[in-house]
Design a binder for this molecule. Structure first.
Ligand code: ATP
Length: 503
């Protein structure tokens, strides 16, 4: 819900996860900075992905290509000609929108109206309410759904045909007004390229126009032969990388869900032509399993198979996640055919083929890619982890139940009091553990308040040093989720924490 989402955003700021970019200058829209905890969480997600994709697969290797690429790359990839969104301005408010999003929002509003109608009826009928039957027979609900379907179907058709005049006509026909003022005075719809341009070189005459890469994938395609030859890779094999990508998004909203500067984690898997569907199914399943392994709740994921395909794909699906604002794309799995390698071959004049010793022939490999936004994954993890819990004693607590493997700080070491030599012992424990884990020390406030602070920050373990510690070399370890406290020997801490947070 909206409230929950607001809580996520303010909690992310309060606990040093995410700040607006250059906030002292009132920020920059759709650009964000990761704070002291956010940077750790982000790194841990990236590592978790890298380990699963690169380290655990003998036939996948990782690279780190530059953000700047030769400008012809983006001609070949199709981004110069086709990487754009339909844009429309409102003449009165001078505000700019994505035409497709205006129509999608309109359709979503109808959906909400239908749901409200259903909820009202459910209340009225009580136990005997049959939702399916009501949806199929109530004329008002059916009317909303009909209109909703018709709007999205027509939008898809017009966009497919690149018929921008029809998109505008649809906005007018549906009487969609500017979201702020309601004004219906629209300009024509035009395509707006999402790539950021920049210049390389100092003098105006010799400078070259460059783009900031809008996806990391192309850095992999142009290095296909370099990696295949030097790594002596045999098909099927994959190349993975993580890194920044940039898109001049028109509708930049929903916090870090849609940013102008973001990070992707992509893997391109090169296969024999004709075997791509087998690998496409394989990677769909393997990627979903990766998500499930984090324990965020299996009900929070679903596949969305694309009917409408990008120019380079012969099959595509999204893994959608249940964000606070509903199910939305988290990751894409695409069967890209030989589109990219063939295009780069054509534009560069270099052969980008593989000699298959088993078949005794050369061919251009087909590609199945898995592409996930690191920031979106961050939002999925963070928003599902943030929970408000009622406790037995009637109070409540805010707890950030991050998977222990991803938590920024693995343990907080707390002396019960700030005297009697307890801080010294606590600091010594921290010194012993800090080679293996990210650990913090906290001696301020009553220990109960310190526990709450760590719960809210997402720290899985609190280790408390008390007076008994001085005699028996043991401490109390408390787990964030169960709040259970156990007495353990100091010498066992490394093993206990290690087994919970390693991957
Ligand atoms: P969307 O439809 O949400 O714009 P897309 O289909 O354009 O996404 P892809 O080009 O397939 O996305 O990129 C792969 C992944 O990169 C997406 O699944 C998403 O996780 C991430 N991503 C794409 N654009 C953004 C963005 N502006 N901000 C954050 N993450 C993004």
């Amino acid at each position: 819900t909206e409230d929950q989402f607001k809580k996520v955003i303010s909690h992310a700021k309060e606990y040093g996860y995410i700040f607006g970019s250059s906030e002292i200058y009132d920020g920059l829209s759709a650009v964000y900075d990761y704070g002291q905890n956010g940077a750790e969480l982000k790194k841990n997600i990236r590592d978790y992905w890298w380990k699963a994709m690169v380290q655990m697969h003998e036939n996948i290797v990782g690279i780190d290509a530059a953000i700047f690429m030769h400008p012809t790359t983006w001609k070949a990839s199709g981004h110069v000609d086709a990487f754009s969104d339909p844009l429309i301005d409102n003449k009165d408010s001078k505000k700019r929108y994505r035409a497709d999003v205006l129509i999608e929002d309109y359709a979503e509003k109808l959906n909400i109206k239908a749901e409200k109608e259903i909820a009202k009826a459910a209340k009225r009928f009580g136990e005997s309410f049959d939702r399916e039957q009501y949806e199929a027979t109530n004329p008002r609900v059916m009317g909303y759904r009909e209109k909703q379907k018709s709007a999205t179907a027509r939008l898809a058709k017009y966009l497919d045909a690149d018929d921008l005049a029809a998109v505008k006509a649809l906005i007018e026909e549906l009487e969609i007004g500017c979201p702020e003022s309601g004004s219906k005075n629209w300009t024509d719809v035009r395509q707006f390229n999402l790539m950021f341009g920049t210049k390389l070189g100092a003098s105006a005459e010799t400078a070259t126009d460059l783009f900031l890469r809008p996806e990391t994938a192309q850095g992999i395609f142009v290095n296909f032969l370099n990696v295949q030859k030097t790594g002596r890779m045999k098909i099927p094999f994959g190349i993975a990388q993580t890194g920044k990508a940039f898109r001049n998004e028109i509708v930049a909203r929903q916090f870090i869900f849609r940013m102008r500067e973001f990070e992707q984690m992509e893997m391109q898997f090169f296969v024999r032509p004709g075997e791509e569907m087998k690998w496409y199914e394989h990677w769909k399943e393997e990627r979903l399993n990766w998500h499930k392994s984090l324990g965020l709740g299996e009900e929070n994921y679903r596949f969305h198979d694309h009917e409408k395909l990008a120019h380079y794909a012969n099959a595509a699906a999204d893994i959608e996640f249940n964000f606070p604002f509903g199910f939305k794309e988290l990751e894409g799995i695409h069967s890209r055919t030989d589109f990219d390698l063939k295009a780069h071959e054509q534009y560069s004049g270099k052969k980008l083929q593989f000699f298959d010793p088993e078949l005794g022939e050369n061919y251009t490999p087909y590609v199945v890619e898995t592409s996930i936004g690191l920031d979106r994954m961050f939002l999925a993890v963070f928003s599902s982890a943030l929970q408000e819990e009622e406790l037995e004693n009637g109070t409540s607590r805010t707890v950030l139940k991050l998977p222990s493997v991803l938590a920024p700080v693995k343990a907080a070491i707390l002396p019960l009091v700030k005297k009697d030599g307890l801080p010294e012992v606590a600091l010594k424990i921290m010194d012993d553990l800090k080679y293996d884990f990210n650990i913090i020390y906290d001696e301020k406030d009553a220990v109960g308040r310190r526990y709450r602070r760590q719960d809210a920050a997402g720290t899985p373990f609190c280790v408390t040093v008390d007076h008994d510690t001085l005699d028996d070399d043991s401490v109390t370890i408390r787990h964030r989720d169960t709040m259970e406290q156990k007495r353990v020997a100091i010498k066992d801490l490394k093993e206990i924490i290690g087994s919970a947070v390693s991957f």
